[in-house]
Design a protein around this ligand. Structure first.
Ligand SMILES: *Cc1c(COP(=O)(O)O)cnc(C)c1O
Length: 359
């Protein structure tokens, strides 16, 4: 199968929207060119729309989704900061590691992998946490965690949410849900290659930014002076102009389609996939009622060589699906329907290919 025919149905990257390739084909702009700065401002505006927020400090961080995670923590956590972290998969674990490296007092609230976090348990975990941190869409398990009750019950704490897999593929309502800081990645449901981490920071969180972040590169006090409209545009690091143009184009696609329509398309693909997998006699791994539409975990049947199935899908049909991560390695497949990949025809093709590849 030629590379150009690949259908990327792993946990990421997805196939980029067609407008993204057009953006990469355009001449490169300098990072202080007024034309580029206007494009950056429009990109930040589009991010506000997609995050459903009025937050002024909304921008793409240079780096993948994990850079967004790190930017959130290194700007809000000092030695001794109390951080409650929900852990029901790889990315909750990663949050604990990042917070711990910043010197946080980490309070872990766990749920079994495959089950959703209990919002009450998160809210009751500590009498006065500084920060409550949760992954909205756990890509390692295919589970959606509830965010809204956390915003309602957070009290004085700040609410930090990982929206890497959810943004652009399902509702993310930063302002309505009371989220104080959220980040995403370009390669999941935004339909852009990996390389940037959209980030949004509310006023409560801005007021509590640490005085001097231990990270020079991710210090929001300095990055904001370049990236925020009306700022001094002081050079901090060279903005990845081609990637920002690509993100601008991907967001343009989402907004032309309509945010609600994009969510509905992801939801439809999830439903078709879940039904089709059940028809094949396969079992979903994630708890019923909390299955993500855009990232589906399927139990590998006993006696099946899961790597051989993935190889066959890739070699014969050009379809990439993901393997299990961490303790789920060898036990599940992870099937992404994200961004431009989230089309019913891709789901139909995958189901037929899977039927053929299973013994
Ligand atoms: C993919 C992902 C990340 C990390 O993003 P990278 O782009 O791989 O650095 C973080 N959190 C979640 C929930 C993810 O799915």
């Amino acid at each position: 199968m030629p590379r150009s025919d690949r259908i990327l149905m792993g946990p990421g990257p997805c196939n980029p929207y067609p407008e993204v390739a057009e953006a990469f084909a355009r001449p490169l702009l300098g990072h202080l060119d007024p034309t580029f700065l206007a494009l950056l401002d429009e990109t930040c505006d589009r991010l506000r729309t997609v995050f459903e927020t009025a937050n002024e400090l909304t921008l793409p961080i240079s780096g993948t989704g994990s850079a967004g995670m790190e930017a959130a923590f290194v700007n809000l956590v000092e030695p001794g900061t109390v951080v409650v972290v929900g852990v029901n998969g790889v990315f909750g674990e990663r949050m604990c590691d990042v917070a711990d490296r910043c010197g946080a007092k980490v309070v872990r609230v766990e749920a079994d992998w495959g089950r959703a976090l209990d919002p009450g348990a998160l809210l009751d975990a500590h009498a006065a946490p500084d920060l409550i941190a949760v992954v909205h869409a756990e890509t390692s398990t295919g589970v959606a965690n509830d965010i809204e009750p956390l915003g309602a019950g957070k009290g004085d704490a700040l609410l930090l949410v990982d929206c890497v897999t959810s943004l652009g593929g399902m509702p993310v309502r930063v302002d309505d849900w009371g989220v104080d800081i959220a980040y995403s990645g370009t390669q999941k449901c935004l339909g852009v290659p990996p390389g940037l981490a959209p980030l949004t920071v509310g006023e409560r969180a801005r007021a509590r930014l640490v005085e001097r972040s231990p990270s020079w590169y991710l210090d929001l006090r300095m990055i904001g002076d370049y990236a925020v409209e009306g700022s001094a545009r002081r050079y901090h690091h060279t903005a990845p102009t081609a990637m920002i143009a690509a993100l601008h184009a991907g967001l343009g696609h989402v907004l032309d389609e309509g945010l609600e329509a994009a969510w509905a398309r992801h939801a439809e693909c999830g439903r078709l996939l879940h039904e089709g997998l059940a028809d094949l006699g396969l079992t979903l791994f994630a708890e019923a009622g909390h299955c993500l539409p855009n990232l589906t975990t399927v139990v590998v049947p006993d006696g099946v060589d899961e790597a051989a199935v993935r190889r066959r899908l890739l070699e014969r049909h050009g379809i990439e699906i993901g393997a299990g991560a961490g303790p789920l390695a060898g036990r599940v497949w992870r099937i992404g329907c994200m961004g431009h990949t989230a089309r019913p025809r891709n789901v139909t093709l995958l189901l037929a290919a899977l039927a053929e590849a299973l013994p």
